[in-house]
Design a protein around this ligand. Structure first.
Ligand SMILES: [Zn+2]
Length: 367
């Protein structure tokens, strides 16, 4: 199984120059081979394969533009293959014609392939060996085992650098368990499980959201395209990134815990959640978290032989008494947090009751 590991890297001055040069060369060959393909097709009505494009790069472009030889050769080939992907997509899926890459493109990255130990991680020293860069300082928050396939070096708009290592690894499946759980996704909390575990949204996110709002207000007072304007933009990008990282780390912890402890996991599909009218700013932020959490649960369940069920039909999970099945329409009002079943007198917490119903419905659907 192929698994990706992403780490922050801290290139020194020379390494930064080399990385920038590689980004530039990749963009250059991407554009040049795209133009070559377009031209050959226009003139000779001949289609050009990705291997042809690669030959063209090696034989013509590298001769004419010597500086292309200064960067990693795999990075150039992969840039050509990326161009080919965009091209194939255009034919097969009738997507737009591939665009030429601009210098101002925000997405900067290149991919290099493993060969003869050219990529290696030194977890003890906190360094990663990369072609043409030698040892780059890296922050390893977790180790990996297995055969490295490729490495993608990228730079995000705030200026930070990352490397994603693709590793062929043998996955050790989690042990089978007899426990099942239902999840009620919430706005105030991230979710509550049918056995009563509540996962809160990390408080730190609120802090950074407030900061983000402030930074955005300040931006509106800056003169557009001035130096301070761009400075402010960068601060905003860093803040966004911070929120994204905190959220992702937290969601990984939550999804890992839920998957480890349960064999069958049931949640509502997100369409249902979208029907909930909520005008809070928090809503859009929750959408991202819900989407990411359900995505992680999906693939982690698959990795570990678990079953993840999404209930997609409309289902009145909050209104039904999880003890006796009585439907209490008074609960439609979202402000009712706790209620007592008029029929069986069971006392319910709104979200916990919903989570229990979601589990029951999921198990019913699969039975
Ligand atoms: Zn009841």
């Amino acid at each position: 199984m192929l698994k990706g590991y992403k780490y922050r890297i801290y290139p020194n001055k020379d390494q930064k120059i080399q990385i920038a040069r590689t980004f530039g060369c990749c963009r250059f060959v991407y554009n040049q081979t795209l133009a070559y393909r377009k031209e050959t097709y226009g003139k000779e009505k001949k289609s050009v394969s990705k291997t042809d494009c690669n030959h063209y790069c090696n034989r013509e472009l590298k001769k004419e533009y010597e500086w292309l030889k200064e960067v990693d050769k795999f990075a150039l080939t992969n840039a050509i293959y990326n161009m080919d992907c965009a091209y194939q997509k255009f034919f097969k899926e009738h997507a737009g014609y591939p665009k030429f890459k601009s210098k101002h493109d925000k997405h900067k990255s290149y991919t290099t392939n493993f060969t003869n130990g050219n990529i290696a991680a030194d977890f003890e020293e906190g360094k990663i060996k990369l072609p043409k860069l030698k040892q780059v300082k890296a922050k390893f928050h977790r180790k990996f085992e297995g055969q490295i396939k490729s490495a993608t070096v990228s730079q995000v708009p705030s200026g930070k650098y990352y490397v994603s290592i693709l590793v062929e690894t043998e996955h050790e499946e989690l042990r089978h368990t007899d426990k099942n759980t239902g999840l009620d996704l919430g706005v105030k909390d991230l979710c509550i499980t049918s056995d009563g575990t509540r996962y809160w949204n990390p408080k730190t996110i609120r802090k950074y959201e407030k900061k983000l709002a402030k930074l955005q207000r300040q931006l509106s007072h800056k003169e557009k395209r001035s130096r301070n304007y761009y400075k402010q933009k960068k601060k905003i990008a860093i803040c966004h990134e911070k929120i994204r990282n905190i959220r992702k780390d937290y969601l990984h912890k939550v999804s890992h815990e839920i998957i480890s402890e349960n064999q069958v996991i049931v949640s509502e599909g997100l369409q249902i959640k979208n029907m909930v009218k909520n005008h809070h700013l928090a809503k859009s932020i929750m959408d991202v978290s819900w989407y990411e959490l359900t995505r992680q649960l999906g693939y982690k369940a698959e990795w570990n032989g678990r079953q993840y069920i999404k209930i997609d039909a409309f289902y009145a999970s909050s209104q039904i008494c999880s003890s006796c099945g009585y439907q209490n329409t008074d609960i439609k009002d979202l402000s009712v947090r706790e209620w007592i079943c008029p029929k069986c007198r069971a006392k319910h917490d709104r979200d916990l009751n919903a989570a229990k119903n979601i589990l029951a419905e999921g198990l019913r659907q699969t039975a």
